[in-house]
Design a protein around this ligand. Structure first.
Ligand SMILES: NC(=O)c1ccc[n+]([C@@H]2O[C@H](COP(=O)([O-])OP(=O)(O)OC[C@H]3O[C@@H](n4cnc5c(N)ncnc54)[C@H](O)[C@@H]3O)[C@@H](O)[C@H]2O)c1
Length: 336
């Protein structure tokens, strides 16, 4: 039995708790949140102990895994505290707000011989796994071009609106768009040769357009923004143009993914839909979170190395976000 403590009972804490409750051999041993009512209501739903002071949960000796679902500006402080208590750690993405903090977190985890996984959930999302497999196995030949989108209304749910404070969240660039940057780096497995980013309107932190150009000429265009009108339905999508097929995914469609082969054949693969309890917000299919957290638990409980997402991968994605920000600020394409 793996005993897990969750720190942060907001949007993601609720999502993670829902997934843990569905996994065999996992017990949510306690949930901490400085907002007492949040800790209480999530704990009573999952029949566990609420804490208003996260230190009391962190120091419990019977808990081996700590799940950090706190605002990004608190990741460093709490990952380090959990590592010093000898806990294996799942921490939500992005790893931190800057690479210096990420390096420190990775260093402390190494020193204390604890494992750290960052919740880059898109690497575990069925439709993105489908693309990764098609790319790696060359199921449809070489990838010629890719475009990705992630669009959302302003996130208004967060504690004290920390998400809307660029100093605390890094804005849509670091919080939302990093999902696609991270996935593209994972998909292709190497750095782009050139990065060009622009922003629509005023602040580049709310709506970003980036072009990644790879050494072999492959171009990936990414749009990410959270400045859409309140009624705009959340969308994550991609169009992947391979030599012998186009794969089109859109979270708003049903089916979500269609493969148009150049032979004329059209495939509509069916993916499992997993509904976890406790979710709210704009994402209906919680399968990615389920696959991510099941992977994490399976790997910590059997002492296996993470290979889908390492802390260094998460640090690297954050570093590339920094290059995008620089490109935007200087209005130049940056050679890597
Ligand atoms: N993977 C994804 O798809 C995804 C989606 C949304 C958010 N996130 C990430 O998850 C993290 C949390 O985001 P969220 O949307 O759940 O935020 P949130 O504001 O809904 O929840 C954060 C919770 O932390 C609590 N908190 C603040 N300070 C605390 C402290 N010192 N000790 C204990 N509790 C404290 C708040 O009261 C709040 O309930 C962020 O890093 C965010 O980027 C990831």
């Amino acid at each position: 039995m793996t005993r897990v403590g969750i720190i942060g009972a907001g949007f993601m804490g609720g999502m993670h708790a829902g997934v843990y409750s569905m996994l065999p051999d996992v017990k949510i041993a306690g949930i901490a949140d400085i907002r007492g009512e949040k800790a209480k209501s999530l704990s009573s739903r999952y029949k566990t102990i609420p804490y208003f002071d996260p230190e009391q949960l962190l120091t419990r000796q019977d808990i081996s895994v700590m799940d950090i679902c706190l605002p990004t500006f608190l990741h460093k402080e709490f990952v380090i505290k959990a590592a010093e208590q000898g806990k294996d750690i799942l921490c939500e993405k992005p790893i931190a707000l800057n690479v210096g903090d990420a390096d420190e977190m990775i260093g402390v985890c190494r020193k204390n011989k604890v494992r750290l996984m960052i919740g880059h959930v898109i690497r575990f999302w069925n439709e993105y796994r489908f693309l990764k497999e098609a790319y790696d196995r060359k199921n449809y030949g070489e990838l010629k071009g890719l475009s990705c989108r992630r669009l959302s209304p302003l996130p208004t749910w967060s504690w004290e609106d920390w998400l809307l404070n660029d100093e605390k969240s890094g804005g849509a660039l670091t919080d939302l768009h990093i999902h696609d940057t991270d996935f593209i780096l994972y998909l292709i497995g190497k750095n782009p040769a050139k990065i060009f980013s622009r922003a629509s309107g005023g602040s580049g932190l709310a709506h970003v357009y980036t072009t990644f150009t790879f050494a072999d000429g492959l171009v990936a265009n990414v749009e990410g923004g959270w400045d859409m009108p309140a009624q705009y339905p959340f969308e994550m999508s991609y169009t992947a143009n391979f030599e012998k097929a186009v794969i089109e995914f859109n979270s708003r469609n049903n089916p979500t993914l269609v493969v148009y082969e150049s032979t004329g054949k059209v495939n509509r693969p069916v993916f499992d839909k997993i509904k976890a309890e406790g979710g709210s917000g704009n994402i209906e299919d919680l399968g990615g979170y389920f696959h991510e957290i099941r992977y994490f638990i399976e790997h910590v409980s059997h002492n296996k190395q993470f290979n889908v997402v390492t802390p260094e991968d998460a640090r690297h994605s954050l570093a590339v976000i920094g290059v995008e920000r620089e490109s935007m600020e200087k209005n130049v394409e940056i050679l890597i």
